[in-house]
Write a protein that binds this ligand. Structure first.
Ligand code: BG6
Length: 486
């Protein structure tokens, strides 16, 4: 099959500030919500959620503990120090797009300052200028699991409406500063995480008081409004800016052809797509209002909110895709397997990764086609990749043929969807370079095409080495996708 990828397809890699940069207390950066999340071993989802979502006592203890020993996201993979070397490697890889995020805490350390921190602004400006010189387009997320910790402890995170204004000030600052250097902006990473894991997505702490689900829905509403306001502001500041939303697409299959299972899967899909219904179509679907009603959730809205959502929908829809899930009215009848923030009914037709995530390339084609059919706006796959334990051979090489196989099989399905007419702007594989895992904070759960010599304790040289997948992806990009068939 000849390639279906257009010449301007945005081939790239993706990572987030809180997982890559490190340097958590350098050049005026404030503590972020990610900086107080400790290392967690995978497996027990109850324990994982407790660690990912620290209670007020754990946060207070972490906030007064200096150093990086117990908090891996404070050290990341040293991108803040080694970014120049990393950009050269990305240039060698031949990527056209780098999806990354700005750490809000480098710009406004507590979120409340009247003036931004120039050292933080200057860091990203240097980075964007270098990317521009290397012909790499930044795709910039404004909020990727990283809000100032001060706003978590003093405001209750996004559940407090005042955070909208603080976020607008931060967004306005960077949208003005980086005109001419950035084109693509994403407002919130995986905005549906605010419901699945309210601390990670919305800075909503579990303090033991009732009503956390309601606070999470309130926080999500504030994020939707903030996203719409920032989208409007971006258009005012620079009409060439293109602003997208970002969803963790969780495609659900029915466990059986029993209509009750099929309806359950449809419901679960619709709840996932409710987020993009708001951000792409501009209104909450009935299924969400029913959920609020039946669960006693009273989302407080100001009179203009629904108009703001309706008038400021996004230019494109970006999403992450790692796995598919299975819906059943009686899930206990089936075995379970893992996900990044939850476990799901096991699909007997699919293999799983070392972390128990379903591997499902065809699901990506289904997800693409389904999103395109539903929304008819350009799509962008901004995360897809394999978390695996890599082995470094004696000669220093990393033969990650399993990652090559993963990427190839997913990209073959991407090509199929595009051949069917899906409008796809690009594909940025997660994480390009090894970084700290979002869920478990492990370093040894590696996604990169570039190996970083650091272990779970942060020990190692930090040196970078290209893996087998690096050379494969480099050749693929250079051929415009043609070597998929090689
Ligand atoms: C996505 C996040 O959910 O999944 C990333 O946007 C994250 O930040 C990625 O790293 C993979 O998850 P994990 O937990 O394996 O790092």
């Amino acid at each position: 099959m000849s390639t279906a990828f257009p010449d301007d397809f945005l081939w790239g890699v993706a990572f987030a500030a809180n997982q890559a940069e490190g340097a958590y207390d350098v050049d005026g950066k404030g503590l972020s919500q990610a900086d107080v999340v400790p290392f967690a071993r995978p497996g027990d989802y109850v324990e994982l959620h407790a660690l990912m979502s620290p209670n007020p006592e754990r946060i207070a203890q972490a906030a007064t503990t200096a150093g990086t020993a117990d908090y891996p996201k404070r050290r990341g993979s040293h991108f803040y120090e080694r970014w120049e070397e990393d950009v050269e490697l990305f240039a060698e890889l031949g990527i056209r797009a780098l999806r990354m995020s700005i750490a809000w805490t480098r710009i406004f350390p507590t979120g409340e300052e009247a003036e931004p921190n120039e050292a933080g602004l200057a860091f990203y400006e240097r980075l964007f200028r270098r990317l521009q010189e290397r012909g790499i387009t930044p795709v910039v997320t404004l909020s990727h699991y990283e809000m100032p910790l001060h706003l978590v402890t003093e405001y209750g995170g996004w559940a407090d409406r005042r955070v909208i204004g603080l976020f607008e000030r931060y967004a306005d600052t960077v949208l003005r500063r980086y005109r001419g250097l950035v084109t693509y902006w994403l407002t919130f990473n995986e905005i549906n995480t605010t419901i699945i894991e309210p601390y990670t997505g919305g800075g909503v702490v579990d303090d033991g008081s009732p009503g956390r689900t309601g606070r999470a829905h309130q926080a999500l509403h504030h994020q939707f409004v903030a996203s719409a306001l920032v989208t409007a502001r971006a258009r005012e500041i620079d009409p060439s800016y293109r602003v997208g939303c970002m969803l963790a697409r969780m495609l659900h299959y029915p466990a059986t052809s029993d209509p009750a299972d099929v309806q359950q899967a449809q419901h679960d899909n619709d709840m996932n797509l409710a987020h993009t219904d708001v951000q792409v179509r501009g209104a909450y679907p009935g299924i969400v209002r029913r959920f609020w009603r039946e669960n006693g959730i009273d989302v407080v809205m100001e009179p203009d909110d629904e108009r703001i959502l309706a008038e400021n929908t996004v230019d494109f829809l970006s999403f992450s895709y790692y796995m598919t899930l299975v819906s059943a009215v009686e899930p206990e009848k089936y075995g379970a397997t893992g996900g990044n923030l939850f476990s799901t009914v096991k699909n007997p037709h699919l293999e799983t990764s070392e972390w128990g995530w379903h591997l499902d390339p065809i699901g990506l084609r289904i997800a693409l086609t389904d999103l395109w059919t539903r929304y008819q706006v350009p799509l962008f796959i901004v995360e897809n990749g394999l978390g695996a334990t890599d082995r470094v051979a004696h000669d220093g090489s990393v033969g990650d043929d399993y990652r090559v196989d993963y990427l190839r099989r997913h990209l073959e399905q991407v090509r199929e969807a595009m051949a069917d007419g899906v409008d796809l702007l690009g594909y940025t594989t997660w994480g390009g370079i090894d970084i700290v895992s979002a869920s478990t904070s492990q370093m040894e759960k590696r996604y990169g095409l570039i190996h970083v010599d650091l272990d779970d304790r942060g020990e190692g040289t930090g040196n970078r080495t290209q893996k087998q997948s690096f050379f494969w992806y480099r050749d693929l990009i250079a051929s415009g996708g043609a070597t998929l068939d090689a």
